[in-house]
Ligand binder design. Structure first.
Ligand code: ADP
Ligand code: MG
Length: 224
């Protein structure tokens, strides 16, 4: 037990240190971006491309910080009892515009009765957003993504299926910074796994190349 407690203290102080650093980087970043935008309007037209490029690079740092901070705030949010349908529904609604821009059809399947669970709702929402975004980005024409919620006695399962490109390098999926996207951070799956395991759940991935991917999130009803 002693050992476990020490390990816990080590990880939680590391986590709060990284959360602090991420936060401290964000503020000057926002200031720098603001001034660059002002500068962009008055600099020589020939220099404008450089300024734009610099702004895009700052946006990349911002994205990295946001993905990373999702992980480095473990004790910040309390566990609350929620109807998980509220989470799935808000993720579904939020992603509809993006999906329709990509020409991807979204489907939604949840029980008619409330699905109660005790969890950190905004962190679980972050996980679902990331999994749904990955699914939408994996699709091209005739894409279809299904978000499904199932209710069992002592656990719930949230399943996200897509008929997209499939995953070629499954063994690297959860590695930090592994990405196949031009503007990806490669932190989404890594952070998601961390959050789900903190809830004493697990993530299962089934994927067939060029056919699609199904990601299932198993969560105990009481994760505390
Ligand atoms: P990012 O989305 O920033 O690339 P993630 O950790 O969320 O980082 O995902 C890592 C990589 O896993 C993605 O770049 C992609 O190659 C692959 N991936 C994740 N989900 C899917 C999916 N549903 N279909 C196909 N590939 C996926
Ligand atoms: Mg992602």
């Amino acid at each position: 037990l002693e050992e476990k407690l020490q390990e816990f203290e080590k990880t939680s102080s590391l986590a709060s240190l990284s959360a602090g650093i991420a936060h401290e980087i964000r503020n000057p970043l926002t200031t720098a971006r603001g001034f660059l935008q002002l500068f962009e309007q008055r600099c020589e037209p020939a220099d404008r491309d450089f300024v734009e490029l610099t702004i895009r690079e700052l946006d990349r740092i911002q994205l990295l910080l946001e993905d990373f901070m999702g992980m480095s705030r473990p004790d910040n949010e309390s566990l609350t009892q929620v109807d998980v349908r509220d989470l799935t529904s808000s993720v579904y609604q939020f992603l509809r515009p993006e999906a329709s821009l990509c020409g991807v059809e979204l489907a939604y399947d949840v029980p008619a009765d409330p699905v109660h669970a005790v969890l950190q709702s905004s962190r679980i929402k972050q996980v679902l957003m990331n999994l749904m975004q990955n699914a939408v980005h994996a699709c091209d024409k005739f894409g279809r993504v299904i978000l499904r919620l199932e209710d069992y006695e002592d656990h719930i399962v949230i399943t996200i299926s897509d008929n997209g490109c499939g995953i070629a390098d499954l063994h690297q999926l959860f590695h930090p910074f592994h990405t196949t996207k031009k503007a990806g951070t490669g932190l989404g799956m890594f952070v998601s796994k961390h959050i789900i395991e903190e809830h004493r759940g697990h993530i299962q991935v089934d994927s067939v190349l060029n056919e699609g991917t199904t990601v299932s999130v198993y969560l105990p009803r009481l994760s505390g």
